[in-house]
Design a protein around this ligand. Structure first.
Ligand code: GLC
Length: 475
């Protein structure tokens, strides 16, 4: 007889409904990849739950009516809607705290905490409302962590069956603010936990404490968070959780990111027609107002302007490379100071660097398809997606050996990897890439090795399935 596993998958954002960052890519594709694993032996009924942010784009919304939670002794209404994504049920949770904060992530930490606490507790009540019982609750980051906490503590109070839970960590430093008053306003007590004192009131640590399994978005990040350097004060607690902490590499939506049929490109290409890539380089140089020089290495950075991403290291490195011949394109928005520094760099190298301080998905694809080297010197990188897209598009990544970068790029095989988060280490890596670039055959071997990597979701989804099965057994 076949087994069905019901999975309630919670996230703050998911493509194509709403996307701010990498979490949106993962939450948009992993649930579908899981459902696609269903076969004769096991069926995965994964259902996605998102906050109904004002900016969410959804078609054919079906209202599911309202239910209420008790907050601060009064009832607060939850509005539930249903839509679908390739046959997967998707639920949107609306209500006053979600409308109040407006954007997906606001600058007001307390407004965000109110919103995500409301979302997390409402999402826990949703299964009862739709008459469907999850076997696993799968949360992502601090925004949904109070679901894991609420699920565990309520099952204790009510003496009910405990639902297995897993939380995926996309970014450990973001833990949410002190939410003790909010948690108590929903009638939940702060539990006695073995967390460090300061962490006992914060959503993410409480969610980690309550989860049966903790998954980092890459094996290396899964090990890094156990160290003092990357553990953000939770390393000792995480180490104490032993085997329940692991790392599963994110996949890439390889159907969407495919140079063979990407409509944003001037010339489509694949492994066998790599030479056509040169057309994209020429078109890109033209579009950016750079000289159309096929032999000049074209460096690229597509990134949020954030010190996490090491964009300042790129600026410092390029400043030092006055004498070598190269061009560069930088695309991204974020920290105004870093945007300004990028524009200063552009002024320093007129005609050699083009900076675009905006989000532009189409231009990003043309950059992946047309530039030669992709710079990603992140100080930490839980997984990272851009390096995978770059490789798939024949753009050779130059990365720091952090987190998912370390797991996806192999030095001198699929890209260039350096250790120290210092601009001199980056300069050295770029120079060694230039040397190989001058040898067409060697360079193409690296491009081809990157393009041949399998970054699809299937392998990773299978690892999540195995994990679900093991925690269901235990719970
Ligand atoms: C966060 C991390 C990034 C990761 C993404 C998806 O944005 O910074 O490394 O790829 O989440 O998991």
């Amino acid at each position: 007889m076949s087994q069905t596993i019901n999975i309630l998958f919670l996230a703050a954002e998911a493509e194509p409904f709403i996307k701010v960052g990498g979490l949106g890519d993962v939450a948009g594709s992993l649930p579908r990849a899981l459902r696609a694993l269903s076969d004769d032996d096991v069926k995965l009924d994964v259902r996605l739950v998102l906050p109904y942010h004002p900016a969410v784009k959804a078609e054919n919304l079906k209202p599911l009516g309202m239910f209420s939670l008790v907050r601060g002794g009064a009832e607060i209404q939850v509005e539930a809607f249903e839509t679908s994504l390739n046959g997967m049920p998707v639920y949107l949770i609306g209500g006053e705290p979600i409308r109040a904060s407006g954007s997906v992530y606001s600058l007001n930490a307390m407004l965000d905490a109110e919103k995500y606490a409301f979302f997390s507790f409402a999402a826990l009540e949703l299964p009862r409302h739709i008459n469907w019982q999850p076997d696993v609750i799968h949360g992502n980051d601090w925004h949904t962590a109070l679901s894991m906490y609420g699920s565990l503590t309520k099952s204790w109070e009510e003496g009910a069956r405990r639902v297995a839970s897993v939380i995926t960590l996309h970014n450990l430093p973001f833990m949410g603010p002190d939410a003790s008053a909010i948690i108590e306003s929903y009638g939940l007590k702060l539990a006695q936990t073995d967390l460090p004192g300061w962490a006992r009131v914060m959503p993410l640590p409480l969610g980690l404490w309550a989860s049966d399994a903790i998954v980092a978005v890459s094996p290396t990040y899964g090990r890094e968070i156990l160290t003092q350097e990357y553990g953000c004060g939770l390393d000792e607690f995480l180490r104490s959780r032993g085997e329940t902490v692991s790392g599963i590499l994110n996949g890439l939506d390889v159907a969407s990111f495919n140079p063979a049929d990407d409509t944003a490109l001037g010339a489509n290409f694949e492994l066998e027609s790599l030479e056509k890539r040169a057309i994209n380089k020429g078109l890109l140089q033209e579009r950016l107002g750079l000289l159309r020089e096929p032999e000049t290495p074209l460096l690229a950075m597509v990134s949020r302007m954030d010190t996490q991403k090491g964009v300042d290291l790129v600026f410092a490195a390029l400043k030092m490379m006055k004498r070598s011949k190269w061009q560069a394109v930088i695309l991204g928005t974020g920290d105004p100071k870093l945007e300004e520094a990028a524009l200063e760099l552009q002024a320093l190298y007129p005609g050699r660097i083009k900076v675009e301080t905006r989000y532009d998905g189409g231009l990003a694809r043309q950059i992946y398809a047309g530039s030669d080297m992709f710079l990603m010197p992140s100080r930490y990188e839980p997984c990272g997606l851009s390096q995978m897209i770059a490789m798939r598009y024949g753009c050779v990544p130059i990365v720091r050996a952090a987190g998912g970068l370390n797991d996806t790029v192999t030095h001198k095989v699929t890209g260039f990897v350096f250790e120290k988060p210092h601009h001199l280490a980056l300069v050295a890596a770029i120079k060694s890439a230039f040397k190989v670039f001058a040898d067409r055959e060697k360079w193409q071997a690296i491009q081809r090795a990157g393009m041949a990597q399998d970054f699809s979701w299937e392998n990773s989804a299978r690892k999540y399935l195995t994990l679900y099965q093991s925690i269901i057994k235990k719970s």
